[in-house]
Design a binder for this molecule. Structure first.
Ligand code: AKG
Ligand code: FE2
Length: 243
């Protein structure tokens, strides 16, 4: 769903996008300084998936992943230092997004006939909410029909909020078909994730989605995952359902 009246200033969203793009425009050796190390459990930082995965489908993306909230678990030292305003704009955006997320959880609670604070309480309460940023960078792809940016999956999150650089590519599985999400200026895309599907006994559905790549344009998306507190020990950002 596209959120249009989200209350987050357009110029702040522009700055978030500029900062993320500026990081990915750095030379590879600069980005590698932030490389994650999945094998030793350091999941935060820069990673690349331009390699064959289990199902033989190419995932054609680089990404940057880091924790935002809870604040006492945040490690700003793993966030990009270039551009210099990355931390400031990402922190401000996340603070506003967190309050938007709690409003959405209230509305969803009321929709279930529950008191408005119920879903927020179930996912951990405002100070405990887990918020994670994953910037997806999909380079131009010479043979887009042979690759996907991200394979079909649902998000483990309670809610996911997505910004992108206005290049189409996000697809949703609806009534047996893949539908490409429209690019609506100044909107934030919101998905229900597995956690809210489970907490709502399936009344709210976690949507199956994937990302396409293309020949002509780089696509960048900024996915912020709001997760239940216990999710912090499970670094995977998404729950694959088509592997
Ligand atoms: O690139 C997109 O629009 C979606 C990315 C995504 O689904 C994810 O990171 O979980
Ligand atoms: Fe996703």
């Amino acid at each position: 769903m596209h959120l249009v009246n989200h209350g987050i200033p357009d110029d702040l969203i522009d700055r978030v996008k500029k900062a993320g793009k500026a990081f990915f425009d750095l030379p590879i050796e600069e980005k590698e300084k932030y490389a994650n190390d999945q094998a030793s459990g350091n999941v935060q930082g820069y990673g690349s998936k331009l390699a064959n995965n289990a199902s033989g489908q190419l995932e054609w993306e680089d990404y940057f992943f880091h924790l935002i909230f809870p604040e006492d678990k945040r490690d700003n030292s793993v966030w990009p230092k270039t551009p210099s305003d990355y931390t400031e704009v990402t922190s401000e955006y996340s603070r506003l997004l967190r309050s938007l997320a709690t409003k959405v959880l209230s509305v969803l609670s009321l929709g279930l006939g529950l008191e408005e604070g119920r879903l927020e309480k179930e996912v951990g309460g405002l100070e405990e909410l887990l918020l994670q940023m994953k910037i997806n960078y999909y380079p131009k792809c010479p043979q887009p029909e042979l690759a996907l940016g991200v394979e079909a999956h649902t998000d483990i999150s309670a809610l996911t909020f997505i910004l992108h650089n206005m290049v189409p590519g996000l697809q949703l599985f609806h009534e047996g078909k893949w539908i490409t999400a429209k690019c609506v200026p100044n909107s934030i895309i919101m998905h229900i994730g597995d956690t809210v599907e489970i907490l709502s006994n399936g009344k709210y559905k976690s949507i199956l989605h994937r990302g396409l790549v293309n020949k002509e344009k780089v696509r960048i998306s900024w996915a912020v995952f709001l997760r239940a507190t216990e999710g912090e020990n499970h670094p995977q950002t998404t729950g694959r359902s088509c592997d």
